[in-house]
Write a protein that binds this ligand. Structure first.
Ligand SMILES: *Cc1c(COP(=O)(O)O)cnc(C)c1O
Length: 406
């Protein structure tokens, strides 16, 4: 292989991106060309173990054969009709997903942010039509350090300056309380509160697991005050933590599940708001919509994802392999704290060893792809098809990257 020419391929791709791709990300200098299972190959032919899984959108591995087969079959039949007509794919998908969630209705959308936006609209409409909150007065309680997406309304209740600065004016109607503080949720709930919107485990914030009494108490507060509990399971859900939904770790059932990322099988964007019809039934024709939401191609992929989750195989893998990951991580010199559940870990590193970004670069040079979150925290979230040996191999590389300064 001509190494110099191949380095040029990487450099040329990065240079082209720099000129023509908006600079809203700062990617590591790896140019992916193909991927299978837990492994990505770059334009130079180097292989990397993927320990990010596209922020959990690739929970089932890259190009899982069942998902790819379903997508191919559907590509040859029907891909898009809009919701102006029925398709023979949408109903079966929504029925299966509703059953997985033990709810009765699904609102299909595309990106995660759209699912969150849709849930905000549904909660406000429910508040006005069902709870009797005066129009325009509905309030939603959210958590500090939340991440729910990037639209103007969603960044309105973010407290990350990078997400907000310069993007105002902002949407009113949100009250933020410390994550994990049920007393603060109780204080924030007033007569116009329609929902509490929360990630059961905060992802972007650094894989923050709340105290064990938090979600059960919030569930109780919501029930007592006629407030909807909306669980944003877009990153935490669909087997990532060892359960189909992270809420299940605390036996909590929210009124509304928000799903995305892995729901699209790593193939296409597919998100959903899942709830019972006494909640989602507040939407009538013309009041909400999406041209691509619930398209037959996405529905075929989503149905396959739901059937894969039904087997429990991925949940078990995450539990078992996650135990291995979490047992070893705290013993690696330079690791100062580890949080998470299943195959999902937020790892704080000794600042003396470099920033999260610097360590991510060193790890990429050693063949493992991860992403830093804030400052000195790395997020580990391999595809759930990763093997025990691959985890051990990645952790050896991680220890080596922390032990060295280059
Ligand atoms: C990624 C994410 C979103 C937004 O999803 P997009 O598809 O990027 O719009 C929302 N909530 C949580 C918890 C997420 O991790």
């Amino acid at each position: 292989m001509n190494v110099i020419a191949d380095h040029r391929a990487t450099a040329a791709a990065i240079e082209l991106d720099g000129r023509h791709v908006a600079h809203n990300y700062a990617p590591l200098p790896v140019v992916a060309a193909s991927a299978t299972g837990a492994w990505i190959t770059d334009v130079e032919g180097n292989r990397y173990l993927d320990f990010l899984a596209a922020y959990s959108a690739v929970n089932f591995g890259h190009r899982h054969p069942l998902i790819i087969a379903a997508a191919h079959a559907q590509l040859d039949r029907l891909t898009l009709v809009s919701r102006a007509f029925h398709s023979d794919r949408l109903g079966p998908f929504c029925a299966a997903l509703a059953q997985l969630c033990d709810k009765d209705m699904v609102l299909p959308m595309n990106s995660g942010a759209e699912a969150v936006e849709s849930a905000i609209k549904v909660a406000r409409k429910w508040g006005t039509d069902v709870k009797g909150v005066p129009p325009g007065r509905a309030e939603i309680v959210v958590a500090h350090n939340n991440f729910h997406g990037r639209t103007t309304t969603i960044v309105s209740f973010s407290d990350d300056p990078a997400a907000r600065d310069g993007f105002g004016p902002f949407t009113p109607g949100f009250r933020a309380v410390p994550f994990g503080d049920a007393d603060a949720v109780a204080d924030a709930i007033g007569e116009n509160t329609v929902a509490v919107l929360v990630e059961p485990i905060q992802g972007e914030a650094g894989i923050i697991v709340p105290p064990d009494d938090f979600l059960p108490r919030v569930r109780q507060l919501c029930t007592q005050n006629n407030v909807l509990l909306i669980a944003d399971e877009i990153q935490s859900g669909l087997a990532r933590t060892g359960q189909t939904f992270a809420c299940a770790h605390w036996d909590v059932v929210p009124d509304v599940y928000l799903l995305g990322k892995a729901l699209g099988g790593g193939v296409l964007p597919l998100s959903a708001v899942v709830a019972d019809s006494d909640v989602l039934g507040v939407l009538h024709p013309g009041e909400h919509g999406s041209t691509f939401g619930g398209n037959p191609l996405a529905a075929a992929v989503g149905s396959t994802v739901v059937s894969m989750l039904r087997t429990g195989e991925y949940q078990s893998r995450s539990t078992e392999l996650g135990a291995r990951l979490h047992a070893r991580l705290p013993e690696i010199p330079g690791v100062t704290a580890v949080r998470g559940k299943g195959l999902w870990a937020g790892v704080d590193i000794d600042p003396a060893l470099g920033t999260g970004k610097q360590v991510s670069r060193r790890l990429a040079e050693r063949g493992v792809l991860v992403k830093d979150t804030h400052g000195h925290t790395l997020r580990l979230a391999p595809p759930l098809v990763v093997t025990a040996d691959e985890i051990d191999w990645a952790l050896d590389r991680f220890a080596d990257a922390l032990a060295s300064t280059s």
